[in-house]
Structures are given as structure tokens and as C-alpha cells.
Design a protein around this ligand. Structure first.
Ligand code: AMP
Ligand code: FE
Ligand code: FE
Ligand code: ZN
Length: 282
């Protein structure tokens, strides 16, 4: 019984549609999954409708992943059971979406200026939905033959400090935690193992994250033990997921169900969720 609680779709930078992801999850026999697209809830409604219309037997957890800046580290906060109709959430996400769009235009201009022949239209087309991220630019560079992989595109052109990079506006971690909370969700610190400065994890716990993503493809077994201990020590929930972005994406993110949690851990998340006041998914 595996619950994969970290999955991307075409609503953000995943390659497969919400419907395709649900089909794949059902075929694999996953007990449940959370769709957690970057900065958008657009994938949730189609996923829910598809599950209902086809009577698919899978536990679906509506989610989101908010990318935030915490000093020099990029910190991602997952939100589970968010109310995707929440006005304030939708408004804040709209701001991020506009900023992302403008930033992608600037990045394409910078890449063109160093002689790379990609167009903004091509990037937009690859993005499909309304969220444009660096992975879409990476795919455009790959399609045009300038790089062999998305990873190479990041390394050569679009990572922080590379010639095509343009920063974008992001929430701070406490803003993201607050936004998830007021939309009725549970906040979970995504892939803590990717945070370079360990002390920051304790700071994020102090800011009020309610759980840690203990199980993650890039977490070393020692890190899993360490984060499980940390979660226990601070009475936090434990989560896990594959960070699936589609079967053609980079190695650590191309396998749905590669990481997740078991039924007992999922029960604890549900219990915690049910115990919260004013709960629309009760
Ligand atoms: P953005 O939010 O538009 O700045 O893009 C960040 C996203 O790019 C992350 O959430 C990852 O999905 C992806 N990403 C970041 N670094 C890399 C990398 N080195 N290789 C492949 N994908 C990456
Ligand atoms: Fe991503
Ligand atoms: Fe992430
Ligand atoms: Zn993710």
C-alpha cells in the first residue's frame, strides 16, 4: 500500500496530464497520490473529475508545491488538502503566474542574446498550462539541439549564476506556510535533504511546518533515518513522494511511485487533517 504524495503534471512542469498520471497510478496499484504542482491548483479539478467519472479506486489528496526563497536556498513547501477554491490562495497564485510569465520572456531574450535560437512561443507551447518554469525553457533548448538533456540546460544556461538565468519573485517560507494554512491545508517541508544548510531545517520547523518529506528519491538512507528522527522529535507528520515530472524527465524524477509512504503514515496525516477545525474535505 503505497501513497505517492509528490507528483507534478502539465499544470506546472510535469510532462503528463493529470488524467494520464491518474491512469498510471491506478495501473501501478498505488493506494493514493497527491498532485502537487508548482504554484498552481489547476491540475486538481481535472484529476478529481477524471477519478469520479471513471470510478477509479484511488485516494486522491489535493496538493500544491510552493517554491520559496530562504536566503541562498530555494525551499519548497508542500500543501496537502488545500481548498483550491480559496480566494486568497487563487489571488496570490495569480501574482506568481504573471511574474513567471514575464521572467520567462526575459530569460528567452537573454538566451537569444547569446545566440541560442529559441522563441518564447515555443516555450509557451511546451508549457501548455499557465505556469511557465525553467524546465520548459530547458526542454526548448533540448528540442532545438543545444543540449542533450534538461539537466545540461540547467548546468550550462539556466541555473542560478548562468547566462540565461533571471530570478523571479517568490514567497518567503513563512508566507507559503501561512497561505497553505489559511486555505485549510497542511504544510510539509519538501525534500529537506536538498537544503544545503542544515540549521535552516530547524528554522523552518520553528516557522510552523507541520511535517517533513522524509522519503524522497534523492534522500540517502542515512538522511531518511535522520529526518524520521527529527519528525518524531518535533511531533511532525512524515510524508514521502517521487517528485514525478514525467517518464522523460531527469533520472530522479521519472518514476511514479519511486518514493512514498505506507498506510500507517497516511492514516496519521488523515487523522491530523480531520482533527483540524473547519474542514471542507472531512
Ligand atoms: P523555476 O521555478 O521556474 O525557477 O524552476 C524550478 C524547477 O526547475 C524546479 O522545481 C525543478 O523542477 C526544476 N529544476 C531545478 N534545477 C534543476 C536541474 N538542475 N535539472 C533539472 N531540473 C531542475
Ligand atoms: Fe518541477
Ligand atoms: Fe520541489
Ligand atoms: Zn516537486
Amino acid at each position: 500500500m503505497l501513497y505517492d504524495l509528490h507528483v507534478h503534471t502539465t499544470a506546472s512542469d510535469g510532462v503528463e496530464t493529470p488524467e494520464q498520471v491518474i491512469v498510471k497510478a491506478a495501473q501501478m496499484g498505488l493506494a493514493g497520490l497527491a498532485i502537487t504542482d508548482h504554484d498552481t491548483v489547476d491540475g486538481l479539478k481535472p484529476a478529481l473529475q477524471f477519478i469520479q467519472a471513471n470510478g477509479i479506486n484511488i485516494d486522491f489528496i489535493p496538493g500544491i508545491e510552493l517554491n520559496t526563497d530562504f536566503g541562498a536556498d530555494e525551499v519548497h513547501i508542500l500543501g496537502y488538502f488545500i481548498d483550491h477554491h480559496d480566494k486568497q490562495l487563487i489571488n496570490s497564485l495569480m501574482d506568481i503566474r504573471i511574474q513567471r510569465y514575464q521572467r520567462a520572456e526575459k530569460m528567452v531574450a537573454k538566451l537569444q542574446a547569446i545566440g541560442l535560437g529559441i522563441s518564447f512561443e515555443q516555450v509557451q507551447k511546451l508549457a501548455q498550462g499557465d505556469i511557465i518554469g525553467r524546465p520548459h525553457i530547458a526542454r526548448a533548448l533540448q528540442q532545438a539541439g543545444y543540449v542533450l538533456s534538461e539537466e545540461e540546460a540547467f548546468q550550462k544556461y539556466i541555473d542560478r549564476g548562468k547566462p540565461g538565468y533571471v530570478p523571479r519573485y517568490k514567497f518567503s517560507p513563512d508566507q507559503a506556510i501561512a497561505l497553505i494554512k489559511q486555505a485549510g491545508g497542511i504544510s510539509i517541508l519538501a525534500h529537506p535533504g536538498l537544503i544545503k544548510e542544515f540549521g535552516k531545517i530547524n528554522k523552518l520547523i520553528a516557522m510552523g511546518v507541520e511535517g517533513l518529506e522524509v522519503y524522497y528519491p534523492e534522500h540517502h538512507p542515512d538522511q531518511v533515518i535522520e529526518f524520521a528522527r527529527l519528525a518524531e522529535q518535533h511531533h511532525l507528520l512524515m510524508s514521502g513522494g517521487s517528485d514525478f515530472h514525467g517518464s522523460g524527465s531527469s533520472e530522479s524524477r521519472n518514476q511514479l511511485g519511486f518514493a512514498g509512504i505506507d498506510k500507517d503514515m497516511m492514516e496519521r496525516i488523515w487523522e491530523y487533517h480531520r482533527a483540524k477545525p473547519q474542514n471542507i474535505f472531512r
